[in-house]
Ligand binder design. Structure first.
Ligand code: PBG
Length: 335
């Protein structure tokens, strides 16, 4: 018999689950899911220049920063207990093929180096995609009005290589082209970067919750949408296939994105792989809580920690979240 059924066989009034919820200390002892700052990854946006910080209106508390300012902010996050950052580049240097994505002196590459100089222990993850660098804002090369999968792979691999050369510990392809994990792995290995890990955005959905991010990164597509490569939010089984393919191509960790609206997908992926799973609590999921909290409709801290706990309970090992620094602070105070 299912042990949970055996446990409850006596039934009410002999069984009273409320007994174990009577005091804060008891609740703390029987808590099934514990979240820790060690799981958190803070996304950050790098721009060029020096001494620059541009707040992002739709993401309160977050800003686009030049590498020098960003590195200092990364130190602050590390000291608060956040072990890792995920870097995005924001640039004015855009062209049809996103050449700036592999510029050794590009925004992300400089930010990686600046962080590594100040806090070499911090794990630096870089987002690998072309949408922030292409004039049309699509995540790959466009041919005949469509994103050309195979022609994009080499550009992604070159971008990933430039991040590894700059000192990144982990590269995270978010483009959703087929075969990109394998292409990146081969390129990294061929250039002596066997030690650089790949966190693949394996199950990335075509989500409305990326809205604030596209403002922040200036990466909204100028035509069409991303449904030709990102997954349909209606599909759960397909996520398992995407994850299996990325694992076979050499992914070291797999991601589900967004997180809060996709807890079932996180749970399903948890049951099919032993690899670490990251879940991305995306910009819209963050801004939604912020906006409600600003109106006094939600208690921000409780709501944010509840969501991070739920994502962990669903099966995520790591959570990428704009709340990383705040949450690390809250977790120190919470008993
Ligand atoms: C790049 C990328 C996006 C996000 C992460 N990497 C945007 C998109 O796919 O449109 C979204 C992150 C967020 O919303 O916080 N492809």
């Amino acid at each position: 018999m299912d042990p949970t059924i055996a446990d409850s066989q006596a039934g009410f009034p002999v069984v009273r689950p409320r007994r174990m919820r009577r005091t804060a200390t008891l609740r703390r002892m029987v808590r099934e899911t514990r979240i820790s700052a060690d799981q958190l990854i803070l996304p950050m946006f790098a721009i060029g220049g020096a001494g620059r910080e541009e707040p992002i209106p739709s993401m309160p508390g977050h800003a686009r920063m030049s590498p020098d300012v960003l590195a200092v902010r990364a130190v602050r996050a590390y000291e608060a207990g956040v072990p890792a950052v995920l870097l995005f580049g924001v640039t004015d240097h855009k062209d049809e093929v996103g050449s700036q994505s592999c510029n050794p002196n590009g925004e992300v590459q400089q930010a990686v180096a600046a962080i590594k100089l100040l806090v070499p222990e911090m794990v630096v993850v870089t987002d690998v995609c072309l949408c922030e660098y292409t004039s049309h804002g699509q995540c790959g090369v466009v041919r005949d009005g469509d994103v050309d999968n195979d022609a994009t792979l080499d550009l992604l691999a070159r971008a990933a290589l430039s991040h590894a050369d700059a000192g990144a510990d982990v590269v995270a392809p978010s483009d959703m082209m087929d075969g990109r994990v394998g292409a990146i792995r081969r390129t990294l290995d061929a250039h002596g970067h066997e030690g650089v890990a790949i966190l693949s955005y394996a199950a990335k959905y075509a989500s409305a919750f990326y809205g604030p991010f596209r403002d922040a990164a200036g990466s909204a597509p100028s035509f069409g949408d991303r449904r030709g490569y990102q997954m349909d939010p209606a599909n759960g089984r397909e996520a398992l296939r995407e994850v299996a393919l990325d694992i076979r191509e050499g992914a070291d960790m797999v991601m589900v994105k967004p997180a809060a609206a996709y807890l079932d997908v996180i749970g399903d992926v948890r049951r099919m792989t032993t690899l670490p799973i990251a879940a991305y609590h995306v910009s819209g999921e963050f801004s939604m809580i912020k906006a409600a909290a600003e109106r006094g409709w939600l208690d921000e801290r409780t709501a944010a920690l509840e969501i991070l706990t739920a994502i962990t309970r669903a099966g995520a090992d790591l959570v990428i979240t704009y709340y990383a620094e705040d949450a690390a602070g809250w977790l120190k105070e919470t008993v």
